[in-house]
Design a protein around this ligand. Structure first.
Ligand SMILES: N[C@@H](CCC(=O)N[C@@H](CS)C(=O)NCC(=O)O)C(=O)O
Length: 213
């Protein structure tokens, strides 16, 4: 039994997609971000970073969404959601997951929590404007990769696609939204028909209509 500490449409979304796709027995435990429950003493025992998500497997808590995804894929190699060791696509899998988690997601975090990156509130709008450009640069790189690839790493779905869908959803309100990139918009529209994405977005109350156009 897996326990996923989550909040709708947060960094728990990619692990949630994965748990659903793997058809494993899992329990969802909401971390009430509105009351800052991610900083409560009990939650900090599981995740000292005080962030969402945390996955608990038996007695073992794991935090960091990409680490959770990799671990779940390793527990379920038959799912083929991560290329096997020795597969030439394996390093590309690491490359793209790192790009998504350490570049695009990191830029989005600054974009949505700008007050954490300045002690002068007058500069917040400048931070947001700068981040919008940096996010657009990352989306352009992804858009280019999708020019000749059905999925991020070729012709099969991997956990990178679930991760990208999560970040694309977060990026929708940004000035140059993912829907303004031709290949990316077409890819996201197709992903909306994925049974896992449909089911999990329904559970988390995420509207897929903007992707469908
Ligand atoms: N690198 C972490 C980031 C997690 C993260 O920042 N989660 C956000 C929600 S999307 C959060 O918990 N924010 C609340 C806070 O920072 O207090 C991951 O990918 O798991």
């Amino acid at each position: 039994m897996f326990k996923l500490y989550y909040y709708p449409n947060n960094a728990s979304l990619a692990p949630h997609f994965l748990l659903h796709h793997l058809n494993v027995d899992y329990e969802l435990l909401v971390v009430d971000k509105q009351s800052n429950a991610q900083k409560s003493a009990d939650y900090l025992k599981l995740n000292p970073a005080g962030r969402i998500p945390t996955l608990v497997i038996g007695e073992q808590p794991i935090f960091e969404s990409s680490a959770i995804c990799i671990h779940l894929c390793e527990l379920h190699p038959q799912s083929n959601l991560m290329p096997a060791v020795g597969d030439p696509k394996r390093p590309l899998f690491y490359q793209w997951l790192a790009f998504l988690n350490n570049t695009l997601q990191a830029e989005l975090m600054v974009r949505y929590y700008p007050h954490r990156h300045t002690n002068d509130t007058a500069t917040i709008s400048n931070i947001i404007a700068a981040q919008d450009e940096r996010i657009a640069e990352a989306l352009a790189i992804i858009n280019n990769q999708l020019k000749y690839n059905q999925y991020l790493i070729g012709d099969t779905l991997t956990v990178c696609d679930y991760f990208l869908f999560m970040l694309a959803q977060w990026s929708l309100p940004i000035e140059k939204s993912p829907l303004m990139f031709e290949n990316l918009a077409a890819y996201l529209k197709c992903l909306c028909d994925d049974s896992t994405i449909k089911a999990v977005c329904k559970i988390e109350g995420i509207d897929l209509a903007p992707f469908r156009g």
